[in-house]
Design a protein around this ligand. Structure first.
Ligand code: FE2
Ligand code: FE2
Length: 268
């Protein structure tokens, strides 16, 4: 994994969030839009505000792996970027005269779920939330007329798309070591958890979505499309890696088709 690329990216990108200028205009949204929007953004703000303690602890367990050298530093910077999102969202909630949250049920489930298995699962749950965030901030950027919310949503959308790419790089490194059957199993549970999350988020944020003219069903189908794009790209990389691996094996001196049944790629 090219962790240096991500370290450089996070170092320069997060700085922009700290100084992001927001339009100096009062909120003019009608209450039937402003109130559910503020509540919805406050939930996302809480989700972004974690300290990443467990994620950092998990990453220490793989710090010695050669192909993930520098990953720990990249994760530290990634967590800092998520915290800068929390700060930006707090500014948006305040602008909407909303209240910040200290606890919220979907956020509690999300945190519990993340620590259920291991680092890969923690990243996967995080990734699920980021795929949902891509749809959510994309909709806000498109449909919310408030310039402050729009500015924040556009920046967060760009950043989360970067995060999706960061998580894909990591998952590729981990999944390429699995057999195709295990990769399919991983895909299946990832899809199931993502679908469940999209359902819960669409329901929990239904008032905000309605105020933006979006139905929960529309939100869910957009979420499924984003998941498909992500998964298709990940699987393409895994297929390419598998093909290269086979090619390298065929070029190995002493290898022939006749003994291919004996010498097999670890990913075959
Ligand atoms: Fe974020
Ligand atoms: Fe993120």
């Amino acid at each position: 994994m090219n962790t240096q690329k991500w370290i450089t990216h996070f170092e320069s990108n997060t700085r922009l969030n700290h100084d992001l200028p927001l339009p100096d205009e009062p909120c003019t949204l009608p209450d039937h839009v402003r109130i559910p929007l503020a509540k919805s953004l406050a939930t996302f703000q809480l989700g972004e505000s974690g300290g990443g303690t467990r994620l950092r602890r998990y990453t220490r367990s793989i710090a010695t792996l050669e192909n993930l050298r520098g990953y720990q530093r990249a994760v530290d910077l990634f967590v800092a970027e998520e915290q800068s999102h929390a700060a930006l969202l707090a500014r948006a909630v305040t602008h909407l005269h909303g209240a910040l949250l200290r606890k919220q049920w979907t956020n509690s489930i999300f945190r519990w779920l993340r620590d259920l298995v291991n680092l890969e699962f923690n990243i996967q749950v995080l990734l699920t939330a980021e795929l949902i965030a891509e749809v959510y901030f994309g909709l806000l950027a498109l449909r919310c007329s408030d310039p402050v919310v729009q500015t924040v949503a556009k920046k967060l959308l760009r950043d989360e798309m970067g995060h999706l790419s960061f998580q894909r790089d990591f998952l590729f490194e981990r999944l390429k070591t699995l057999t195709p059957a295990m990769q399919r199993l991983w895909r299946w549970q990832f899809q199931l958890i993502h679908l469940g999350t999209a359902f819960v988020v669409a329901w929990d944020h239904r008032d905000c979505l309605h105020s933006l003219g979006v139905t929960p069903a529309d939100f869910r189908s957009r979420a499924v499309r984003c998941w498909n794009v992500f998964q298709t790209r990940l699987e393409r990389r895994l297929r390419e890696f598998d093909a290269q691996d086979r090619q390298a094996l065929v070029s190995t001196p002493g290898y022939s088709r006749s003994n291919s049944a004996v010498i097999q790629s670890p990913t075959s």
